[in-house]
Write a protein that binds this ligand. Structure first.
Ligand SMILES: [Fe+2]
Length: 244
């Protein structure tokens, strides 16, 4: 399995606090069956890193994993926030795609989703990228009205739902929306959005199984394996939508 959304880089954002935490997360990921993991620090807030810096920090952490004998491959990325100056950041290399691929992990604001949000997503399409919307099931306006993301989906946009939205008991609203998205063929990839080894850990097996109960094991497995692998390889993500 491959996780396209994690905050495993230490000392960067609200994810891993230090190297010990990063290593604990990596060990947990391997134990859960993960082989590759994208490091996707928030591109805004905390200690923003340029594309170059994310690459360097990812390589540094990879060296630590190798030295510790943890068989996990790290890839660089950003969780790109869809806010007013996003393209200014993008054009100045302060935000980038997943592993230099055509795929961009794009996070709407939690508080509102409007025409401006769609405009940024569509500009990404125009620039030749495929946006992957980060955890729409946790975005309040989308929770209230799933049709908001229909234009994005119709344009070929992908969505990433968060593992604990399916498995956790804390956020019933996110869980309900994630399950509806699965049923309606609106969810394409499951990722951990791991910040720590304890809260939202870097594990996908339980969420895959929860998704399998709704869409079947083949679809659920594609969400954590074949589709993320296509992103690693920068190949087309195949969506065989099954409406339940
Ligand atoms: Fe995140």
């Amino acid at each position: 399995m491959i996780d396209i959304h994690t905050h495993i880089l230490p000392h960067v954002d609200d994810g891993a606090r230090d190297l010990t935490e990063s290593l604990a997360m990596a060990r947990m990921a391997v134990a859960d069956g993960l082989t590759h993991l994208f490091a996707t620090p928030h591109h805004r807030d905390y200690t923003p890193l340029s594309r170059q810096e994310v690459m360097e920090r990812t390589a540094q952490l990879q060296a630590e994993l190798d030295q510790a004998g943890i068989p996990l491959t790290l890839l660089p990325g950003h969780e790109v926030r869809l806010y007013d100056d996003m393209f200014d950041d993008w054009d100045n290399h302060r935000a980038g795609s997943l592993g230099n691929s055509r795929y961009v992990l794009a996070e709407p604001l939690f508080s509102h989703y409007d025409k401006q949000t769609d405009a940024m997503l569509f500009e990404l399409f125009e620039r030749g990228y495929t946006p992957i919307m980060a955890h729409p099931e946790r975005i309040r306006p989308i929770q209230d009205n799933l049709t908001l993301i229909e234009p994005f989906l119709a344009a070929g946009g992908l969505t990433q739902i968060t593992a604990t939205s399916l498995t956790g008991n804390n956020d019933w609203r996110a869980k309900k929306v994630a399950e509806t998205m699965l049923r309606n063929g609106m969810a394409h990839i499951i990722a951990s959005d791991a910040h720590h080894s304890y809260h939202r850990p870097p594990t996908l097996t339980a969420a895959r199984d929860a998704a399998a109960a709704i869409v079947g094991l083949e679809q659920a497995t594609a969400m954590v394996s074949a589709r993320p692998l296509a992103i690693v390889k920068n190949e087309p993500v195949i969506i065989a939508t099954v409406f339940i």
